[in-house]
Write a protein that binds this ligand. Structure first.
Ligand SMILES: Cc1ncc(COP(=O)(O)O)c(C=O)c1O
Length: 401
């Protein structure tokens, strides 16, 4: 929860600017707003941080994924390769775009693997929605090769990985479009918010129109703007953008401190035989919001979770049993529980969702425990946490079932 650890005077100042004008709407009202444009400033700050040509702020990370898919041209009936380990918003966005999710294997990066993607490709595959999980990044060299070889659209859901990158390129900027979440749990929060990024002017304009009922945002008479495309309301408010702006400025500091803590934790915990860590394809590109630790097998990981709970060690996620991040618990998707028919029901699922064969994903997520890293930790607090974790891990390792 790094962003929220630092909520303070800077955020209050940005919010106050908006409160003083009373213009909470991000567009128009030029005379009243006293030149306060927080959504625009927020977008410029995110673009600067990640090195994007364009950034477009919306109401959430989920709506940012929707914008990213639509602006990249993913729509009705398209097969989109997605990971079975992600926050469920990725899959929902694909389904609500009218497209059909196809689940593929991840690897030790916690992201889709090139090998997994290749196996999932069919003649109907239009795109990959790659998710950079747990603050880290996918193996981008191999994945970009697959994108090129198979002429696919790449959309990146970097909801959990803003400020991460691979060989100097930020997550979110390898594909046609990418996006970040600014919800309460991310490296920077806007309260609620999301940002779509792209280097394509066409995709940017489509997202800008799509996220506001098709408005083209030209001139200062909203009711008379033209609407080049059909859209919907995914707008961010000026108040949310104001917080997001102040928080985004803090990200380089948070990333540096997180990396220091994570490296220390890895060096200490790595001394325990049997403990390893999720692969980080570019150590310099880690946003380090999570320490992602592997135990030798699922049973040991589950025993470690029990030990952590018994000993009151908090702040970790065991994704394998999490309702929202792992396919094993997504019964509503597997059984088609929807409020109203989607294209999955209309056209038929592209895979047998109830009987997916994803052994690599099962064993990878089964062995994984992720600890959220706090940039406000003192060195003593990190040391003390590592000591407590070590006791629990060792106790779980040496237990026999
Ligand atoms: C990978 C990923 N994508 C999308 C989202 C959705 O973001 P939000 O909660 O801002 O809608 C999240 C949120 O956790 C996420 O982790």
């Amino acid at each position: 929860m790094a962003g929220t650890e630092f909520y303070g005077a800077e955020e209050r100042k940005e919010i106050n600017d908006v409160l003083e004008t009373g213009v909470f709407f991000r567009f128009n009202h030029d005379a009243q707003r006293n030149n306060i444009w927080k959504a625009r400033e927020f977008e410029a700050e995110v673009a600067k941080l990640v090195g994007a040509r364009f950034a477009h702020a919306v109401s959430s990370g989920s709506t940012a994924v929707s914008c990213a898919l639509t602006a990249a041209g993913v729509g009705a009936g398209d097969e989109v390769i997605v990971p079975p380990f992600t926050y469920i918003a990725t899959v929902e966005a694909v389904i609500f775009a009218g497209a059909l999710p196809v689940f593929a294997e991840i690897d030790e990066t916690l992201c889709l693997s090139a090998e997994g993607i290749i196996k999932a490709i069919t003649p109907k595959t239009k795109a990959i929605c790659l998710v950079h999980m747990c603050g880290q990044m996918a193996q981008m060299d191999e994945i970009m090769q697959v994108v090129k070889d198979h002429n696919l659209i790449l959309v990146e859901d970097a909801g959990q990985a803003m400020a991460a990158g691979f060989k100097g390129t930020s997550t979110g900027l390898f594909g046609t479009t990418g996006c970040y979440s600014f919800d309460f749990f991310k490296i920077a929060t806007a309260g609620e918010g999301g940002v779509m990024v792209t280097n394509s002017e066409t995709a940017y304009k489509l997202a800008d129109n799509y996220s506001d009922h098709g408005h083209n945002h030209e001139g200062n008479n909203r009711g008379m703007e033209s609407h080049p495309i059909l859209g919907f309301n995914y707008r961010i408010s000026e108040l949310h953008a104001a917080i997001g702006l102040a928080q985004t400025r803090r990200v380089p500091m948070i990333r540096d401190v997180n990396n220091r803590h994570k490296k220390f934790m890895m060096s200490e915990l790595g001394k325990i035989p049997g403990v390893s860590f999720a692969t980080i394809p570019d150590m310099d590109g880690d946003s380090a919001t999570f320490l992602n630790m592997f135990l030798p097998d699922t049973a040991t990981a589950q025993r470690t979770v029990d030990e952590l709970n018994i000993n009151g060690v908090a702040g970790f996620n065991y994704w394998f049993t999490n309702m929202y991040h792992f396919i094993n618990q997504w019964n509503h998707i597997k059984e088609g529980h929807v409020a109203a028919k989607t294209n999955v029901q209309l056209l038929g699922a592209p895979q047998d969702y109830k009987n997916l064969d994803l052994p690599k994903t099962q064993e990878t997520v089964g062995r994984l425990i992720s600890f959220g890293i706090k940039a406000t930790w003192t060195e003593e607090e990190v040391k003390s946490l590592v000591e407590k974790m070590s006791v629990c891990i060792k106790s779980a390792m040496y237990q026999t079932v």
